[in-house]
Design a protein around this ligand. Structure first.
Ligand SMILES: Nc1ncnc2c1ncn2[C@@H]1O[C@H](COP(=O)(O)OP(=O)(O)OP(=O)(O)O)[C@@H](O)[C@H]1O
Ligand SMILES: [Mg+2]
Length: 315
């Protein structure tokens, strides 16, 4: 089966800042993909490119195909069409998807502007969608403004809004980061239910590995604008090979046994993305770095699904 989403060697720069440096990924229909990595590694940049909305002034190259159609070389008008039809995004801040002066009901109706049905039918669909994302009193919530809803309800409403568009591809950028632990667990549960019925692909961007373990089939680990390791969730959790991916997992609270005074972090910081190194971008922080790491890094394939960008890994 061909991939629903195919990203090849995607590059994106904000002026001199090379935020994406040749990232490639695929997602098949029905798959849930996780994108992980520490702050600043390019996750949101990738998400914004996937939805065809890079920041103004950003330069983009490479290939980004959704059901075979290239989002980069197409016209802005067609991109806008694809955005409504095929791709929808759930943002970290659910308020950003909504207009504060319209009720949720008005907006959920507007989001269906392409559907050729009556307003009453659109409202009925909106009500059903709110119920399906676990909003207890949809009739009442349709008449509410966003600021009148709790954080968890807002995130549910944002998920409902994205699903109203019946996208093939659903992108969620840090969908649980703004929530407390209880709400987070509820939203994870909602995504789990969603994936039972949803036919499209879901891409979840997060720096929370727990979310990935609970939801994703496959994971892409990003570092300094590159995918440094990809594999099934199992391969990444239990057999990560890139020193950065291993460090990320070692720092995950769920992997730490017993009480600790302070959570471990990865020492050092991301390289300057205006002048990234020609070789491995993690070398300056890597416990296994060797002189050879200054050379361009080979992509080592370990299984059909597992690949890693590292000089020190042998198949
Ligand atoms: N609109 C922008 N203009 C200029 N630079 C930007 C812009 N957006 C992001 N960047 C830079 O691009 C790099 C990648 O940022 P991005 O927001 O994609 O990271 P991230 O992985 O989503 O981080 P976080 O986990 O903090 O959300 C960073 O160096 C960031 O400062
Ligand atoms: Mg981000």
């Amino acid at each position: 089966m061909s991939a629903l989403l195919e990203v090849t060697e995607l590059r994106l720069s904000y002026g001199p800042v090379q935020a994406l440096r040749g990232a490639s990924l695929t997602a098949r229909a029905g798959e849930v993909i996780g994108i992980v990595g520490e702050s600043g590694c390019g996750k949101s940049t990738l998400a914004s490119a996937l939805i065809g909305l890079p920041a103004p002034g950003a330069t983009l190259s490479g290939e980004l195909r959704i059901r075979g159609e290239d989002m980069i070389t197409t016209t802005e008008a067609r991109r806008r069409e694809l955005r409504g039809d095929r791709v929808a995004m759930i943002f970290q801040d659910p308020m950003s998807a909504f207009n504060p002066v319209l009720t949720l009901g008005q907006q959920l109706v507007d989001f269906q502007h392409r559907a050729n049905v009556s307003r009453a039918e659109k409202l009925a669909r909106a009500r059903a969608m709110l119920a399906s994302v676990g909003i207890p009193d949809p009739e009442l919530v349709l008449r509410r403004y966003m600021h009148e809803l709790s954080g968890g309800m807002r995130q549910r409403a944002a998920i409902a809004a994205a699903l109203m568009m019946q996208p093939d591809l659903l992108i969620a950028d840090e969908p649980t980061t703004a929530l407390d632990v209880t709400m987070e667990a509820q939203i994870i549960h909602l995504f789990r239910e969603l994936r039972q019925q949803y036919q499209g692909s879901i891409v979840i961007v997060t720096h929370h590995l727990g979310v990935v373990g609970e939801l994703c089939d496959r994971v892409y680990v990003m570092y300094a604008g590159e995918v440094v390791e990809e594999g099934t969730t199992d391969e990444i959790y239990h057999n990560a090979r890139h020193p950065y991916a291993r460090a990320l997992i070692a720092c995950d609270p769920a992997h730490i046994q017993g009480p600790v005074a302070r959570l471990p972090t990865i020492p050092g910081r991301l390289p300057d993305l205006t002048a990234p190194p020609a070789g491995c971008a993690f070398a300056s922080r890597c416990p296994q770095a060797a002189p050879g790491c200054a050379h361009p890094v080979p992509r080592v394939r370990l299984s059909e699904s597992h690949a890693v960008l590292c000089h020190q890994v042998t198949p």
